[in-house]
Each structure stands twice: as C-alpha cells, then as structure tokens.
Ligand binder design. Structure first.
Ligand code: GNR
Ligand code: NI
Length: 167
C-alpha cells in the first residue's frame, strides 16, 4: 500500500472531469486501498480520485470517529436529493480554509463496489455532505465554487497568504 500525493488548489488538474471505471481488477482494488491509506494518513473524512491525480470515478469516505466505517463508491450517480443543510466544509486540496456550504440534506446514490456489483446508499447529514463534496471533485468542481465570488476571493487570498508565510 502507498500514500498518494494530494494535489492542491490552484492546480488545474483539480478541474479534470473523471471517466467511468470499466475494469474491476486487482489494480483497481490496490488503488482503492491506497486511497483509504492516503485519506487516513491525512485525517480526511473523504477522498476523491481526482485529488490524487487519477481521473476515474472513484471516491472513498469514512465519517466514523473510530475510523473503521469504510465506504467506497465507484461510478456514483445521485438518484434522489432531498432538503437542504448548511455545513462547514474543508478540503484536503485547500489546506487551512473552511467555509459554510449549502447542499442537499439527504441523497440516494447508486454506485458500484470494487468488484463491480451495484448497490444503493442512502445518506443524510454529514455523510451526505461528504458524498456530495467528493462527487463534485469527480466532476472537476471544488467546494469554493459554491461560495459567492467575494467570499471565495477572500478565502483564497487568505490561503495564499498562509502558504507564503509557511514557506
Ligand atoms: O476531510 C475532509 N473534511 C470535510 C469536512 C467537511 C466537509 C467535507 C469534507 S471532505 C474533506 C476531505 C476532502 O477534501 N475530500 O475531498
Ligand atoms: Ni475535497
């Protein structure tokens, strides 16, 4: 297993639209294990393949406090959305910045597992936020795209300032 490198804003590769997975082989299974390891190592609650510069429709998540409730969605599609919620989001590709984002409260998603078997997952609250955040990455979108232009530019300037001071 390996820890993969997470690409950070403003890397233009974060804008790549991921392709569907068509081959469910050992290489895919190894990649999924590497994604879990990378997510756990970074203390993230989710990770999209886009963030490790692999442009396939694969995401992993684990919202549990004990870090033992793995969820992997391959080729996820949202079937239903319901309600709305505001949640303070962060992103491993935007270190140090957090912002309130409005998204659906509940989602019903059809996906495939690492063997290619289809399943349905219904999520609500924080897990629903995480799934929507990761599915955005697979579409080349990032959480700050949901903010007003003013809010976005303030946050991005703050992030760039922090980065300059850190280096
Ligand atoms: O680790 C993460 N935390 C988080 C917090 C609130 C809403 C979404 C997230 S996802 C993020 C990991 C990440 O960047 N996934 O793409
Ligand atoms: Ni993210």
């Amino acid at each position: 297993m390996s820890v993969l490198t997470i690409i950070e804003y403003p890397d233009p590769r974060l804008r790549t639209v991921a392709e569907p997975v068509t081959v469910f082989d050992g290489e895919l299974a190894t990649f999924v294990q590497d994604m879990y390891q990378t997510m756990y190592e970074s203390d993230g609650v989710g990770l999209a393949a886009t963030q490790v510069n692999v442009h396939k429709r694969v995401l992993v998540a684990d919202m549990s406090a004990d870090r033992n409730e793995r969820l992997c969605l391959i080729n996820p599609e949202i079937l239903e959305k319901e309600g709305s919620q505001v949640y303070q989001e962060g992103c491993l590709s935007f270190p140090g910045i957090y912002a309130d984002v409005t998204r659906a409260l509940k989602v019903k998603v059809r996906a495939q597992d690492v063997t290619g078997a289809e399943f349905i997952v219904e999520a609500e609250g924080p897990l629903a936020v995480c799934i929507q955040h990761e599915m955005d990455h697979l579409a080349g979108k990032v959480f700050v795209d949901h903010l007003s232009p003013l809010k976005r530019s303030l946050l991005l300037k703050r992030m760039e300032k922090q980065r300059r001071q850190a280096s």
